[in-house]
Ligand binder design. Structure first.
Ligand code: PRX
Length: 569
């Protein structure tokens, strides 16, 4: 197979001619697809669910298929409208109002989706938290957002330091509970009316806060507004190529942006059946899901594909996955080997897409009707201007590496970093949004990812800030100082490696290092715990006390150390 270029495959795609459309596209046209174009009344939850529920041709179509080892449930658009109305009524009863932050901390379940949509229907701002977060991670996010309400399960409640969060007035528990201190989800849902008057909001009103990590400081709240629907809708139509009879599966958790933009909004704005899978990953389960639900469009991540790849061809053979017609990837570099494997295993191309929590939706993509160059992230979505710029904000010619940047604004762009205006401003230069990724563009306009320019770690597609991990490490009684880096790993992209110095009286031992690892795991989350910990004599720092992670990385990789003139001594 020619791995330089894989030509487009035959099919009837929503976007037939990318180049043509790129020249003519205008976001204004997309607005006409929405009811608010005439009514002036906006709510993304209405466009996502109610609009289909109110359409006799679509009302009884399955919107959500939930499948987990111990549970299977299907909800039509009409049922999902009613359930989210009921939850919106519960929220109203407990005095949740427009602009309030309501957080969700629970595993994927039908209740998650009813609650999430209910939050949007009252005009509040939803804050989904990854279920694997431990106490510190939960606390940081609830504290910063000043969340008024949290929806969680009785099992997860013990990771929520309720008494130390003065703004957190109410807790909704989903599950068996005898607690009289908290709101019982099922009981209140039963009593709630199935009809609800949606809170109509402005396109620029907030709807979603996703916390994500940078290289410094605590995780930051990336703030998204209802207007993002324009881009969720159009990218799901042209990049995911969603069509009327598709069954779609996005493997991302709604605690991360892919799980909301393309696990909720993209598919449902397009009125497509959405499969949601609970439980743990295993190649057999995944192939079985593709088979049993006749999944036709599938959005996943390189780490998952690499795991399937290492499970071998025999793992896929017993399953009939012939309904699959379009496969996509996001979150980390998609290796050409994985694409070659996909051509073998699925007889399909795996389409890489590039975007970020801050961008709200896909920006640089491979399209079904466009030739693919394996290793390239593809070309900018129509209506999006992407470029490579230098540190002064000047555009660079083809094939020169620089900052991957996007002309601001675009419909789904974040509108703020919660309570940190200076942080928000720091993303922009000369009218460009600067991504923090380095890349180059070739003569044909394809973009090629090169790496992160800051110290942010990408492990199994999950974004981890070194500062958070370092802060947790030094809370351990044995640890004096810590510096954390991403170390290249064939399956996970990167793993987290920590360098530490020990306090007096502590000696290096396997038990101690494991104890430190567990300490981070229990404090933050499993994916943020260092897989490798190395005891060092000293952690290199600048004269102003900043940890020189770059130097740690060079040591680790045996690379030249470059400019060390700012080193402490
Ligand atoms: O470094 C890029 C990498 O993931 C970062 C964004 O992470 P996050 O905000 O968690 O969003 C992930 C999913 C939208 C980017 O700055 N990244 C994302 N997609 C790709 C990628 N790196 C290489 N190729 C991609 N397709």
């Amino acid at each position: 197979m020619n791995m330089q270029r894989i030509e487009t495959m035959t099919g009837n795609y929503n976007l037939e001619n990318y180049e043509e459309m790129y020249k003519n596209f205008n976001w204004e046209e997309v607005k006409k697809e929405f009811s608010w174009y005439d009514s002036g009344k906006v709510n993304i939850a209405y466009e996502t669910i109610d609009r289909h529920a109110d359409n006799p041709d679509k009302a009884d179509q399955t919107a959500l298929i939930y499948t987990a080892p111990d549970r299977e449930e299907k909800l039509t658009f009409s049922e999902l409208k009613q359930k989210s109305n009921q939850f919106a009524n519960v929220l109203k009863k407990h005095e949740i109002e427009k602009g309030d932050r309501v957080f969700l901390f629970m595993p994927r379940s039908p209740e998650f989706y009813m609650s999430f949509l209910g939050i949007l229907k009252v005009g509040a701002i939803a804050g989904p938290l990854f279920e694997a977060f431990m106490e510190q991670a939960v606390r940081d996010r609830l504290e910063d957002s000043e969340a008024k309400m949290l929806i969680t399960t009785p099992e997860l409640l013990n990771r929520v330091p309720v008494n130390e969060l003065p703004n957190l007035e109410k807790i909704v528990l989903v599950g068996d509970t005898n607690s009289s201190d908290h709101i019982d989800f099922y009981k209140e849902m039963e009593q709630a009316s199935k009809s609800f008057d949606i809170e109509w909001v402005d396109l620029e009103d907030g709807m979603l806060l996703h916390y994500t990590s940078g290289s410094t400081g605590k995780p930051k709240g990336v703030y998204h507004v209802h207007n993002a629907m324009l881009q969720h809708y159009q990218t799901a139509k042209w990049v995911l190529d969603l069509q009327k009879d598709d069954v779609y599966w996005c493997t991302a958790d709604p605690g991360w942006v892919t799980g909301t933009s393309y696990g909720i909004f993209g598919p449902w704005l397009n009125g497509v059946t959405n499969v949601i899978v609970g439980g743990r990953f295993s190649p057999e389960n995944w192939y079985k899901t593709l088979q049993d639900y006749k999944v036709s469009v599938w959005y996943s991540a390189p780490t998952a594909f690499r795991k399937l790849m290492s499970a071998g061809e025999d793992a896929v053979k017993p399953f009939d996955i012939s309904n699959l017609r379009h496969v996509l990837s996001v979150g980390e570099p998609l290796n050409p080997e994985v694409i070659a494997w996909g051509m073998d295993a699925f007889k399909l191309r795996i389409h890489d897409t590039w975007w970020m929590t801050e961008t709200g939706a896909q920006l640089i993509c491979n399209y079904p009707a466009l030739d693919m160059k394996p290793g390239s992230m593809g070309k900018p979505f129509p209506g999006i201007t992407a470029s490579i710029i230098d540190n002064e904000g000047n555009e660079l010619p083809p094939n020169q590496m620089g900052n991957l940047a996007i002309k601001a604004p675009w419909p789904s762009m974040m509108r703020a970093i919660w309570k940190r205006p200076e942080k928000y401003e720091s993303y922009f230069l000369n009218g460009w949004y600067v991504s923090g990724d380095s890349a180059y563009k070739d003569e044909e306009g394809y973009f090629w990812f090169q790496g992160r320019l800051d110290d942010v770690i990408n492990t199994s597609g999950e974004r981890v800030g070194p500062f958070e991990v370092e802060s947790k490490l030094i809370e351990h009684e044995a640890v004096a100082e810590a510096g954390v880096i991403g170390k290249p790993d064939p399956e996970r992209g990167e793993i987290i490696k920590a360098f530490i110095t020990l306090n007096d009286g502590y000696n290096k031992s396997d038990e101690l290092l494991e104890d430190i690892r567990q300490f981070v795991k229990k404090g933050l989350s499993a994916h943020a715990a260092p897989r490798e910990i190395e005891v060092a004599d000293k952690i290199p720092k600048t004269r102003s006390g900043k940890i020189m992670r770059r130097l740690l990385k060079s040591w680790e990789l045996g690379l030249p150390t470059g400019d060390t003139s700012t080193l402490e001594e």
